[in-house]
Design a protein around this ligand. Structure first.
Ligand code: NDP
Ligand code: 8X3
Length: 253
C-alpha cells in the first residue's frame, strides 16, 4: 500500500515544501489547495523526481460540503492516511480592530479555524478506524502572542493552539499523535496574500533580516513525523534568529 500523507495548502510555501520532503521520504501524497494548475504541476514534479503517486484534490477548505465531497469518501486505496498536515491558512489585512474589514475577518476565521476543523473531522475518521495516525497543525507565533493590528489573525491562531490541545485529548484513546508547529516570519506568499497582492508591502516585511524559509519549517515538521511512534512533539516554536517574539526584530536596514 505505501504510507500516505495528506497536506492541505500544498500549492505554495510551507505546504509545498512539506509535500516535497514527504515525497522524498517515500510517502504517497494527497495534496490540496484551490489552485488546480499548481496542484497538477506539483503532482507531476513529484512523479518525475521521486516517482511519487499523488492524488491532487482542488477544493476550498472553507466549504464544509466540498471538504466532505473530496475527503469524506476517499477511494479505498487512499484512506489509510498516516500523516495529516493541516497547513492551509492565511492572513488578510493588517488593520486596527476598529478599522477591521468584515470580509477579511471572515476569510481568516473560515479558513484557519473552520477549514482546519472540517478537514480534521473527515480525516480523523480514517485514522480512528486504523487506530494510528499523526496530525500536525500549522499554528504560528501569532497563536502564542498578539501583535499590533494582527487581532483576528492572532485570534485564529490562538484558536488553532486550543484546538491542537483539545484534539490531542480527544484522539488519545486511538493512539493518534497531535502536534503543532508555531513559526515566526517565513518568507512565502503569506505577506502577498495578507497585503492583497501589494508586492512592495509584502517584500518590506522580510527586509533587513533573514526570515525562515518554507523548507526550514518543513524540515522541522519532518523531524516531528519521524520521531519514534511512542514520542510526540506537542508543540514547536521556530523563529528566525533575528526575531525574538511576534513583534521584536533585529533588522539592519
Ligand atoms: P502561502 O500563502 O504560501 O500558502 C498558503 C496555502 O494555503 C496555499 O497553498 C493556499 O492554496 C492554501 N489556502 C489558503 N486558503 C485556502 C482555502 N480557502 N482553501 C484551500 N486552501 C487554502 O503561506 P504559508 O505557506 O506561509 O502558510 C501556510 C500556513 O503557515 C498558514 O496556515 C499560515 O497561517 C502559517 N504560518 C505562516 C507563517 C509565515 O510567516 N509565512 C508563519 C506562521 C504560520 P490556494 O491559494 O491554492 O487555495
Ligand atoms: C505568520 C507569522 O508573525 O506574521 O503566522 O503573524 S506573523
Amino acid at each position: 500500500m505505501g504510507k500516505i500523507a495528506l497536506v492541505t495548502g500544498a500549492t505554495s510555501g510551507i505546504g509545498e515544501a512539506v509535500a516535497i520532503l514527504m515525497a522524498k521520504e517515500g510517502y504517497k501524497l494527497i495534496i490540496t489547495g484551490r489552485r488546480e494548475e499548481r496542484l497538477q504541476e506539483l503532482a507531476s514534479k513529484l512523479k518525475t523526481q521521486y516517482g511519487t503517486e499523488t492524488l491532487a484534490l482542488s477544493f476550498d477548505v472553507r466549504s464544509c460540503n466540498e471538504v466532505e465531497q473530496y475527503l469524506g469518501n476517499l477511494p479505498e486505496q487512499w484512506q489509510s492516511i498516516e500523516i495529516l498536515v493541516n497547513n492551509a491558512g492565511l492572513a488578510v489585512g493588517l488593520n486596527p480592530v476598529q478599522d477591521g474589514v468584515l470580509d477579511d475577518w471572515e476569510r481568516m476565521i473560515d479558513t484557519n479555524i473552520k477549514g482546519l476543523l472540517y478537514v480534521t473531522k473527515c480525516v480523523s475518521k480514517y485514522m480512528i478506524e486504523r487506530k494510528c495516525g499523526h496530525i500536525v497543525n500549522l499554528c504560528s507565533i501569532a497563536g502564542k502572542e498578539a501583535y499590533a493590528n494582527g487581532n483576528v489573525y492572532c485570534a485564529t491562531k490562538h484558536a488553532v493552539d486550543a484546538l491542537t490541545k483539545g484534539m490531542r485529548i480527544d484522539l488519545l484513546p486511538y493512539g493518534i499523535r497531535v502536534s503543532q508547529i508555531c513559526p515566526g516570519a517565513v518568507e512565502t506568499e503569506f505577506s502577498l496574500v495578507r497585503f492583497k497582492g501589494d508586492v512592495n508591502r509584502a517584500d518590506n516585511v522580510y527586509k533587513g533580516f533573514t526570515p525562515l524559509t518554507a523548507m526550514d519549517v518543513a524540515d522541522a515538521i519532518m523531524y516531528m513525523v519521524k520521531c519514534p511512534p511512542h514520542v510526540n512533539i506537542n508543540d514547536m516554536v521556530i523563529m528566525p534568529t533575528a526575531q525574538a517574539n511576534s513583534y521584536t526584530f533585529n533588522k539592519v536596514l
